[in-house]
Ligand binder design. Structure first.
Ligand SMILES: Nc1ncnc2c1ncn2[C@@H]1O[C@H](COP(=O)(O)OP(=O)(O)OP(=O)(O)O)[C@@H](O)[C@H]1O
Ligand SMILES: [Mg+2]
Length: 288
């Protein structure tokens, strides 16, 4: 079942001025329920503009956004309900923290939905735990935490609303490798546990291949492709032609192939590379 459907979605900024520009250009797209989709594309390719349409934060210039089969701008739809159904975590989301305590910050969203008492408390504690935030942090000021912890507080605030669809714009940007891993692996665990539909924008091909089942490649406001992760990276030449990188390990495998060691053209993760190298060594240099 498709939870998200975009039909001819176009977004123009600064309409009627000399600065008029098309950020999203006639996009048709469907996202299945439970899909974990990575979104990649050059800076300015329209990723953030596209995802901001999905919870009605911005309105299409043309075209339709359907959530669960319903046009979100239809008169019968309350856009407030859509905002609860589709959780959007912005880039550098920690800038939106403002409460005195971590607890209050996580509680803000569900409280706005009308959640209170025991249910509210349960949601806050569960979301904090799922994002790896210790109980003792709940009464601290969010401003006393590390960058990675603040990011996870912001994420917990959104997941405490139990959205059906979770959209994350560069959730690991600017964090150190441990912070990145901590944020991304928690999102991945959350996806496995709840089956929530997840859209994750990232500039890191490594992160995308590691976590996403499908990839949406944006190029100049259009969908370049939307397919299974393996199938997208199998189109290495086209991906590099539009100026995007393939994972580093894939590049190493390409260089090895040029030197006569062909371990296969479908290696996008270090784990798979390790398997193939070991197999290659077991076979005493015979290509597997
Ligand atoms: N508020 C705005 N007003 C005018 N133009 C905008 C606005 N936001 C984005 N744009 C333009 O729309 C285009 C798409 O921008 P968008 O931010 O959606 O791209 P992006 O893929 O998210 O880029 P990045 O990877 O840098 O985050 C760009 O040309 C950008 O300059
Ligand atoms: Mg962006």
């Amino acid at each position: 079942m498709n939870v998200i459907e975009l039909k001819g979605l176009t977004h123009k900024y600064s309409i009627g001025t000399p600065f008029e520009s098309v950020a999203v250009d006639n996009v048709d797209l469907t996202i299945e329920k439970g899909e974990f989709c990575g979104i990649i594309g050059h800076t300015g390719s329209g990723k953030s503009t596209l995802i901001q349409h999905l919870n009605g934060l911005i309105k299409p210039t043309q075209g339709q956004v359907l959530i669960d089969g319903k046009d979100i701008w239809d008169k019968s739809v309350n856009i407030r309900d859509i905002r609860f159904k589709v959780g959007l975590v912005f880039q550098y989301s920690e800038y939106q923290l403002f409460e005195e305590t971590v607890y209050k910050d996580i509680a803000y969203g569900p409280k706005n939905m009308g959640c209170e008492g025991e249910e509210l408390d349960k949601r806050v504690r569960e979301a904090a735990e799922e994002m790896g935030l210790d109980e003792e942090l709940l009464e601290r000021s969010p401003f006393d935490l590390s960058g990675g912890q603040k990011r996870r507080v912001a994420l917990a605030g959104v997941i405490a609303m139990k959205p059906e669809i979770l959209i994350l714009d560069e959730p690991a940007a600017g964090l150190d490798p441990i912070g990145r891993e901590n944020v991304l692996s928690r999102i991945s665990e959350y996806h496995k546990k709840h089956g929530t539909t997840i859209l994750l924008v990232s500039h890191s091909m490594e992160d995308i291949v590691k976590y996403a089942q499908k990839v949406l490649v944006m190029n100049k406001g259009k969908v370049f492709c939307h397919d299974e992760t393996d199938r997208v990276f199998a189109r290495q030449d086209e991906i590099t032609e539009i100026g995007l990188d393939v994972p580093q390990i894939t590049k190493i495998m390409m260089l090895l192939r040029q030197k006569g060691v062909d371990l296969g053209q479908d290696i996008y993760t270090v784990e798979r590379a390790k398997e193939r190298i070991l197999r290659y060594m077991d076979n005493k240099g015979t290509v597997c």
